[in-house]
Design a protein. Structure first.
Length: 133
């Protein structure tokens, strides 16, 4: 499965809005939840070896540059009713956070410091890519 935008079921009414993320929304069992805010420039700049993630902008907006070893894609996350699925071995850089933005991240695995590629060249070697278009 490639990186892709997935719609989060939501409901609107007189009492406001509600979005629901259950096991049928993301393609993995959720093992960790964290959120990012107050980002002055960028976050990420790494790829996860085996962990899947799902990013949801709870407030504000941000952009995500993604490389899968074969191509580059750019996403603009700006509504809490859509999240970005990131499979393992996907290099990501989160950037251009609007002031006040909060990004929720659901992960398929607990944190593991050894589960990351922090150097782009190591990531490219892992996915057997010489360059990316």
């Amino acid at each position: 499965m490639q990186s892709q935008i997935i719609e989060v079921p939501s409901f609107s009414g007189d009492r406001g809005n509600l979005a629901v993320i259950e096991s049928n929304v993301v393609p993995f069992a959720i093992r960790r939840v964290f959120y990012i805010w107050g980002v002055p420039v960028w976050r990420g700049g790494h790829a996860l070896k085996t962990c899947e993630q799902f990013l949801v902008p709870l407030a504000g907006s941000l952009k995500v540059a993604v490389v899968d070893g074969m191509s580059r894609k750019h996403y603009h996350l700006n509504t809490p009713t859509h999240g970005l699925y990131l499979p393992p071995l996907t290099w990501r850089v989160l950037h251009d956070f609007e002031p006040g933005s909060v990004c929720l991240v659901l992960a398929s695995e607990p944190y593991d410091a050894d589960g990351y590629y922090h150097r782009f060249v190591d990531f490219l070697e892992a996915v057997n890519a010489d360059s990316v278009s």
